[in-house]
Design a protein around this ligand. Structure first.
Ligand SMILES: *Cc1c(COP(=O)(O)O)cnc(C)c1O
Length: 366
């Protein structure tokens, strides 16, 4: 067991503030009593208030699962059986959306791009011309595989112009990157408590257009992941259909209060950008460079090329010893990159200590 405070620089879960951690030492609440219904309602209300303009047309439902569970619930409940979903992928998480649609036997078309390339919007437009059967678009906002922030303004405009509902994986962007639901023709977005919102792992959520929850439903092909049941429960009497992770719900409630008090998503983005810039400055001074172009990144996570003479395991272990958890690359990048996220409770002293640890690790190689 590590004794000193560990700073998580992996893309979720994040280092909690003491306030959020304390919130989990909560009373023993039954989820079918009015007080838990009240907590659920407040969480769902706060979630749709993070982005201005969402509150009127969208509702949130809280789920007990990780981010993938929320993405799966969204696709199971809202991707059509009679229709076809175009999946735009340039990383692990876009490809996972296609895998989920396949597992639920929903018709889809996967546009599979290079992991290091942006989504090709012109090619998507041509594809839509050639494939008239496409009724929905699914993609990832921040592709955590590389740290790329996909160009949702362009993709969303295309969805809007063609009247295609957008199903978005916002798991690693919700709460820190801009989301323009109206301009993007957003049907639904799935996200989690334990990334940019700084809650604990265990609960996640889907925000969708009210009409999707209430109008004729598609076959979710799942009992547990059918969002219509969550909506009618949580937005009716306030009860979840199944036992929720009560302590994680308390933590999310507190984390949302903190986010609000600290200036909402705009200020969170500003802080993330400052941290990312500081980390980049330290690494660049040690001749460690980014995988993508600087402007392609989200404010949440950056990927860096491992220098010659240093394996991921060595980098991880030296930093872990110094109290920091970084993250490996996936697939072909497992041996080539390391990833540094900057979510959660990280202060200036932590960043100073991280700079020192980077210097110890990479200085001798530079
Ligand atoms: C973290 C993440 C997920 C979900 O991962 P879980 O381990 O299921 O929480 C999904 N999509 C993206 C883009 C992510 O970064």
């Amino acid at each position: 067991m590590p004794t000193k405070r560990t700073i998580l620089l992996n893309p979720g879960p994040v280092t909690l503030t003491d306030r959020v951690r304390q919130a989990m030492i909560c009373d023993d609440w039954c989820h079918r009593e009015p007080e838990f219904a009240g907590l659920t309602r407040r969480i769902n209300t706060e979630l749709v208030r993070i982005y201005p303009g969402m509150e009127r047309d969208y509702s949130a439902v809280m789920l007990t699962c990780s981010g993938t569970g929320a993405v799966e619930a969204m696709l199971a409940s809202f991707a059509p059986d009679a229709g076809r979903t175009l999946v735009l992928a340039n990383g692990v998480y876009g490809e996972r959306m296609a895998a989920i649609l396949g597992a639920h036997r929903k018709p889809f078309y996967l546009s599979q791009g290079e992991w290091t390339a942006p989504l090709d919007v012109a090619a998507v437009a041509r594809l839509l011309d050639e494939q008239p059967g496409i009724t929905h678009v699914a993609t990832v906002h921040h592709e955590t595989t590389t740290g790329r922030l996909n160009d949702l303004a362009a993709i969303g405009a295309l969805c809007k112009a063609r009247g295609l509902p957008l199903l978005l994986d916002g798991v690693s962007s919700f709460g820190a990157e801009a989301i323009d639901a109206g301009a993007w023709n957003l049907a639904a977005v799935a996200a989690t408590a334990n990334k940019c919102l700084h809650g604990a792992p265990g609960v996640s959520f889907v925000i969708a257009r009210n009409a999707l929850f209430t109008e004729a439903k598609t076959d979710a092909g799942s009992v547990y992941l059918d969002l219509h049941a969550y909506y009618s429960g949580q937005h009716g009497e306030g009860y979840s259909p199944f036992t929720p992770a009560v302590p994680a719900a308390f933590a999310l409630h507190e984390a949302l209060a903190e986010l609000h008090e600290e200036g909402g998503w705009v200020d969170r983005q500003r802080i993330y950008r400052q941290r990312a810039a500081r980390i980049e400055q330290e690494l660049t001074s040690l001749n460690i460079y980014m995988l993508l172009n600087k402007n392609d990144y989200s404010c949440v996570l950056h990927s860096y090329l491992l220098p010659d003479g240093c394996t991921y395991r060595q980098a991880h272990d030296v930093l872990r010893q110094a109290g920091f958890v970084i993250y490996a690359g996936q697939g072909p990048f497992a041996t080539r990159i390391f990833r540094v996220a900057n979510m959660g409770a990280i202060n200036e002293q932590d960043l100073d200590a991280l700079a020192g640890a980077f210097a110890d690790l990479f200085g001798p190689l530079a």
